[in-house]
Design a protein around this ligand. Structure first.
Ligand code: UD1
Ligand code: PEP
Length: 426
């Protein structure tokens, strides 16, 4: 859905407290994992986002009935798998949809899932998902833009991922939970979103060992029961707000945070001279009256600096005098923010996946977000400068940030609400 542009008038200090939403990237696989149980599952801490609406549309096609039972609580029930396919129209909207392959295959014995296609910032392969399922005994073929997976018996055996993949680890675990085989995944992702999905599945009776380590063992069980689970706080939203506080040289307190999930981000902000203090699930970022220093960043898998915060960090560093170098080898083409920040006066030179950023004051300009985190970067940049920054492509922000304009207005941000920004998920 095309939304009217967002108007941001910055150049003022922000202050106050903001509650961080629960994690989009943990919630999506947990919603998908609910497909493995034929009983009712209740999830708390589900952010109201367009990505959540998209995954619920896909699950409705597969056979899930859902009901919102509170602002951020959702009941899901999949008594049986009605359709074993995930069509292009639904998968192409959001790449995370590809992991429905695992649970459909587990419950129905076969699954047809459209190839996910590229993102705004470049290719996002799924070869590791396919290799893992094949190594564990499934047959996977490619036909007419779809992957078709079938299995005769339970999945079993060992797979060593060739690289760390969050989605690949999700998919392989989801395919292995039901049955009587034993699956060992080596070089598996230790990402917080993988750990959260495993804890959810184990709470329904799955037998998955090794969460948070590179070796995950899944012992098949005959069925999962229903249950209730609360999703972890969103470390990417928290990191976005931390960078917003630093870029606007403000003091902001974030609640509903897991500071232990944000060590790489906190460390870099401290290295820049930002004061970050933790107290339980609260984190205060203070950049008032400070001269910030440039830093170098290289993205990595968790617990390294996340690629999902690279554009926001680039926007912050574009305001910090001196030379910073930002490298994103995880997604080398994730650079759609650069041309738009340049329209706002940023001095960024790109070579491969490396940005060399010479910090300077930015100025307002009309800009366009081409993806979710690029949109967040432009939002941060707009809040650092006076004048009217008009951000087009607001629908991307709705993918990942719940009621962003309204919540930031609570911190004193001057953001005009475009029509439709609240109506993200139903
Ligand atoms: C919905 C969700 O949770 N999305 C996150 C998830 O995406 P996603 O799970 O898709 O990302 P992966 O962790 O799989 O990708 C990491 C790296 O592995 C590569 N790769 C991945 C799979 C594969 O089969 N082959 C392959 O080469 C990718 O191109 C990338 O370079 O983790 C990314 C990396 O932290 C984040 O940017 C996304 O926001
Ligand atoms: C890129 C993201 O999500 P996805 O993997 O669904 O594209 C993100 O959350 O920043």
């Amino acid at each position: 859905m095309q939304l009217t542009p967002l108007h941001v008038q910055g150049g003022r200090e922000l202050s106050g407290e903001i509650a961080v939403q629960h994690s989009k990237n943990a919630a999506l696989p947990i919603i998908v994992a609910s497909l493995l149980s034929s009983e009712k599952v209740t999830l708390h801490g589900i952010p109201r986002l367009s990505d959540v609406a998209t995954i619920l549309d896909l699950l409705a096609h597969i056979g899930t009935r859902h009901a919102w039972i509170g602002e951020n609580s959702l009941e899901l029930h999949t008594p049986e798998i009605l359709n074993t396919d995930a069509p292009y129209a639904l998968v192409s909207k959001m790449r995370a949809s590809f992991i429905v392959m695992g649970p459909i295959l587990a419950r129905a014995g076969h699954a047809t899932v459209s190839m996910p296609g590229g993102c705004a910032w470049g290719p996002r392969p799924v070869d590791q998902h396919v290799k893992a399922l094949r190594a564990l005994g499934a047959q996977v073929s490619e036909d007419g833009g779809n992957f078709e997976a079938t299995r005769q018996g339970s999945l079993s055996g060992q797979f060593i991922f060739e690289l760390l993949t969050v989605g690949g680890t999700h998919n392989a675990i989801l395919a292995s939970v039901l049955g009587d085989g034993v699956v060992t995944l080596e070089n598996a992702s230790i990402d917080t979103d993988v750990v959260d999905m495993i804890e959810f599945l184990n709470s329904l009776g799955a037998d998955i060992q090794g969460a948070g380590t590179n070796t995950i063992t899944v012992r098949g069980v005959s069925a999962l029961r229903g249950g209730t689970y609360t999703v972890i706080p969103d470390r990417i939203e928290a990191g976005t707000f931390m960078m917003l506080a630093a870029a606007t040289r403000s003091r902001i307190t974030l609640t509903n945070v897991r500071p232990d999930h944000l060590r790489a981000v906190t460390g870099k902000l401290q290295e820049m001279g930002v004061d970050v203090t933790e107290q339980g699930s609260t984190l205060t970022v203070d950049a008032r009256n400070r001269t910030l220093s440039p830093v170098n960043i290289t993205t990595q898998s968790y617990p390294g600096f996340p690629t999902d915060l690279q554009p926001q960090m680039s926007a912050l560093l574009a305001t910090v005098p001196g030379t910073s170098v930002v490298q994103d080898p995880v997604y080398p083409d994730r650079l759609t923010h650069v041309a738009e920040l340049t329209r706002m006066g940023a001095n960024i030179t790109v070579s491969g996946y490396t940005q060399v950023i010479q910090g300077a004051a930015l100025h307002a300009a009309p800009v366009k977000a081409a993806d979710l985190r690029a949109g967040a970067a432009l939002f941060i940049a707009g809040l650092t400068c006076e004048g009217d920054t008009v951000i087009d492509g607001v629908q991307y922000l709705n993918r990942g940030y719940e009621r962003l304009a309204e919540r930031l207005r609570g911190l004193g941000a001057n953001v005009m609400q475009p029509e439709g920004l609240l109506a993200a998920a139903d």
